[in-house]
Design a protein around this ligand. Structure first.
Ligand code: HSE
Length: 434
């Protein structure tokens, strides 16, 4: 059988990795796919010194690849929302299958893209969009298809996890570690997407859709970054037996679906609390399987290429099959998606770590306790540190039981209004992930 002809748009970190893996493992890949996979056209802005593309035609215009009649599968690896969207839409209109690593594109425009792909009978595969080399989309969409998924929680941004790990373990500065993540090709073109949680929210949106059978709703995800975390909070969390991780959490409740990305205290003895560096991990809790944990490199040249090439193999295996009998893009049949709402953050439930700076006077602790008890908020632990020399204030750390966010907001307002409390109360959510 003739090899399937592929065009790659973008020869950066992931594009270069994809080209190299396809070339290096060509024989093994053909044995799996049933046919060879041949790269016949590459669109790139500049040479990638890590690839030897001798003999493969190139262009600077991605639309040359999309409009090349020889190309059967377009691999979109340019990133971003605008040109990438136009190119994917054009590829689908031209009847080509698409493989993409673009989480922003899928999270924001996926509903429209999948509808068009169904109309045209083509596949849009996006395993590489979430958690780099971990086949977590396939695991949830296919491996866990028997389950009613209750919740999932993941470290789904490699750059952010790399920064937090290096800061905690080696005392390196935020900016220093971010610069290294950029040099290693982990970070997004705009690294604020990594550190402010946008990238993780894109990925969480995708995971939630395939876990719960809901349309993609990125605009309703709650997003909080890691830029305001302090060493003091990292150390207090450790003293209480927790680690701080930047977590994406999606949970199904009767009222709706929680969809939130924020720094989170996790008990230090959980496996996921010990996922460090650029590694990602996703916990998925289903009613039949219980909790499962998927772990691996969340970013980088070849780990991400591994997911892109696996999608290519999948497309090659099923491209000649009846389009109505393929695995649905979002795991559930498109006419069976649920309208269960995404909850606003005020309606989400979590435990909380609070850090209060108070004057060192008798009765402060009693006032704090009374504010919490008046609102039915149960305190799990409380720790008062020695007076800080610079300002004479006492840091007081509280961990609460689970409570709805609106209630903790009220309590924080009341705490900040106390004469003896100085400045803002620091709040970090806590998840037991038991
Ligand atoms: N910037 C992303 C990360 C790349 O650090 O996880 C992989 O999606």
């Amino acid at each position: 059988m003739k090899p399937v002809k592929v065009g790659i748009c973008g020869l950066g970190t992931v594009g270069g990795g994809t080209f190299n893996v396809l070339k290096r493992n060509a024989e093994e890949i053909a044995r799996r796919a049933g046919r060879g996979i041949e790269v016949v056209h590459i669109a790139m802005r500049s040479q990638n010194p890590q690839c030897d593309i001798t003999g493969t035609p190139t262009t600077a215009d991605v639309f040359d690849v999309v409009n090349n009649p020889e190309v059967e599968i377009v691999v979109e690896l340019i990133g971003g929302y605008t040109v990438a969207k136009d190119l994917v839409i054009k590829a689908i209109e031209n009847g080509k299958h698409v493989v993409t690593a673009n989480k922003a594109l899928i999270a924001v425009h996926g509903n429209e893209i999948f509808a068009l792909a169904r109309e045209k009978g083509v596949i849009v595969a996006f395993e590489a969009a979430v958690a780099g080399g971990i086949p977590v989309i396939k695991a949830i969409r296919e491996g866990l298809a028997a389950n009613r998924i209750n919740w999932l929680a993941g470290i789904i941004n490699g750059t952010g996890n790399f920064i937090l790990s290096e800061m905690r373990e080696k005392g390196r500065t935020f900016d220093d570690v971010l610069a290294e993540a950029q040099a290693l090709g982990y970070a997004e073109a705009d690294p604020t997407f990594d550190v402010e949680g946008t990238d993780a929210a894109h990925k969480l949106t995708i995971l939630a859709s395939i876990a719960f059978g809901i349309p993609l709703q990125f605009e309703k995800a709650y997003t909080e970054g890691i830029t305001k975390l302090t060493t003091a909070d990292v150390n207090y969390a450790e003293a209480l037996g927790y680690r701080i991780k930047h977590l994406g959490v999606a949970r199904r409740t009767e009222a709706g679906i929680e969809l939130r990305v924020h720094p989170t205290l996790i008990p230090a003895d959980r496996l996921i609390a010990n996922v460090n560096g650029v590694m990602n991990a996703v916990m998925v809790n289903g009613d039949a399987a219980g909790s499962t944990l998927f772990y691996g490199a969340g970013a980088g040249m070849e780990p991400t290429a591994s997911a892109v090439v696996a999608d290519l193999v999948d497309v090659v295996r099923v491209m000649t099959s009846d389009p109505t009998n393929r695995v649905p893009h979002l795991a559930f049949q498109p006419d069976a998606l649920s309208d269960h709402p995404i909850l606003p953050i005020e309606a989400c439930e979590s435990a909380y770590y609070l850090r209060i700076h108070a004057k060192d006077r008798p009765g402060v602790l009693a006032q704090v306790a009374s504010i919490m008890s008046a609102r039915g908020i149960n305190i799990e632990s409380i720790m008062q540190k020695e007076v800080e020399e610079q300002d004479g204030l006492v840091p007081m750390i509280l961990v609460t039981h689970r409570v709805v966010e609106a209630q903790i907001n009220e309590a924080i307002n009341a705490l900040e209004a106390l004469d003896d409390v100085v400045g803002s109360v620091v709040r970090i959510r806590v998840e037991q992930l038991g």
